[in-house]
Design a protein around this ligand. Structure first.
Ligand SMILES: Nc1ncnc2c1ncn2[C@@H]1O[C@H](COP(=O)(O)OP(=O)(O)O)[C@@H](O)[C@H]1O
Ligand SMILES: N[C@@H](CCC(=O)OP(=O)(O)O)C(=O)O
Length: 400
């Protein structure tokens, strides 16, 4: 991959998550936030937003700021309750610094504190996802950190590398940027081995790649490369590209786009993602299915389309053909492979799945389009997220 291509992945993504490490944001000697640097990051964020990109920041630094101000020792020497108290104190200063830096560009921020459990338990996950997407729809920049004060050993990440990857996967981001004190993954820890070489691109996180990762180089940070590779695995498996780059330069995002040193971890296409890409990009649609509002909302939650949610069938097609799915206003929601030929689809449209056999004389599939065969447009997913919280009861779709 050329550096131009890698910069393009950041420039072209519509949703970007940026993780900022403690060592970058906080001066180790004074424990003060690097406000001048933050100002250049805010300029970068404003530039991304001006071209229509949505941005989420995941920022570390609460413990580093709080522990210094409370006169406590380095982070790796603190007891859990000391670091939790330091985080509670430091988080206020952290949020204020982001607010001041961003409001110079008329960007409003919102604070979101999450634990590991919040990204793993389904209900909490769905709530966190809809809050984040609602904030993006409102035009805000969510600033996320771990909810250190409530997190017990079992439910805490302890590192924002993995948290940021979960957030990126949760909101269906295109690109996750880990800004660090190092400009990428090296063959060995470059702070200990001067012969270590930068690896510009990783397509698969093999045992050889894992063997290169060491722990953190400063006593302010946690995890080092080990948690960054774990983040890369979470992100790439969820279809999110990830890049590790040096943050300690002015305008660090511009530097990445300009093709500066970095390591890119390329997103995987899972079989379902690959099939959906093929459905939406390669197949010529033979007809159109119009769905009602409840079905449109529930489709965007990832459910299958049942006949009952279909209000019109247009065109002539066979079973297995690609069709366009539209809402009643005529907006394309996505494309999918239909389980019925057009005549049968028209006959069962608006009917419950249990009536299919009586209507057609054979027991076909319950779903008109199975969710694994439905490639939704991003905007359709966002519409749902913006409306999440509204009841989808009665929506004519299926969890299958
Ligand atoms: N193979 C490696 N390549 C690059 N850095 C490595 C490697 N192994 C260990 N490290 C260490 O990881 C550090 C970055 O992680 P960390 O200090 O946790 O940063 P952050 O605060 O940005 O999360 C580097 O400064 C380096 O000391
Ligand atoms: N939640 C913690 C940050 C945890 C963390 O991952 O820190 P870092 O390794 O510097 O990214 C804090 O705000 O201090």
């Amino acid at each position: 991959m050329t550096t131009a291509t890698s910069g393009t992945l950041l420039a072209n993504g519509s949703r970007i998550v940026i993780k900022i490490g403690s060592a970058l944001l906080v001066d180790a000697a004074t424990g003060k936030l690097r406000e001048n640097w933050l100002a250049t990051l805010a300029e970068d964020v404003a530039r991304l937003r001006a071209r229509g990109q949505q941005v989420i920041v995941v920022s570390s630094g609460a413990i580093a700021v709080g522990s210094k101000a409370l006169g406590l020792g380095p982070r790796n020497t603190l007891a859990l309750e000391e670091s939790q108290a330091a985080a509670a104190f430091g988080q206020i200063g952290l949020a204020r610094a982001y607010q001041q830096a961003m409001e110079r560009h008329d960007i409003r921020i919102a604070q979101v504190l999450l634990t590991l459990g919040d990204t793993e338990r389904r209900r909490a996950y769905l709530n966190a996802r809809s809050t984040l997407t609602k904030l993006l729809d409102f035009g805000l920049v969510p600033v996320v950190n771990e909810n250190d004060t409530v997190a017990t050993t079992e439910i805490r990440y302890g590192d924002n590398d993995r948290l940021s990857a979960r957030v990126a996967s949760m909101v269906d981001a295109d690109c996750l940027v880990l800004l660090s004190d190092v400009d990428g993954l090296y063959t060995d820890d470059p702070t200990r081995n001067p012969d270590a070489k930068l690896i510009p691109r990783v397509d698969a996180i093999t045992p050889d790649i894992e063997a290169m990762a060491g722990t953190a180089g400063t006593d302010m940070s946690t995890g080092g490369m080990v948690t960054k590779l774990e983040a890369a695995r979470i992100a790439t498996e969820a279809g999110v590209h990830m890049v590790i780059a040096k943050g300690a330069v002015d305008h660090p995002l511009s530097a990445i786009e300009a093709g500066g040193n970095a390591t890119w971890f390329m997103a995987h296409d899972t079989p379902v993602v690959a099939r959906k890409r093929w459905i939406s990009g390669a197949l010529q649609p033979a007809g159109t299915i119009v769905v009602d509002a409840g079905a449109a909302r529930a489709l965007s939650q990832g459910r299958s389309l049942l006949p009952a949610g279909v209000s019109a069938v247009r065109g002539r097609f066979d079973r297995g053909d690609a069709v366009i799915v539209k809402d009643q206003a005529g907006t394309e929601l996505g494309r999918g492979l239909i389980a019925y030929a057009s005549d049968d689809a028209a006959r069962i449209a608006g009917h419950k799945s249990g009536e299919i056999e009586a209507l057609l004389g054979y027991r076909g599939r319950d779903e008109m389009i199975h969710r694994d065969h439905l490639a939704l447009n991003r905007a359709a997913k966002r519409t749902h997220n913006a409306e999440a919280g509204q009841s989808t009861a009665g929506a004519q779709t299926s969890e299958t």
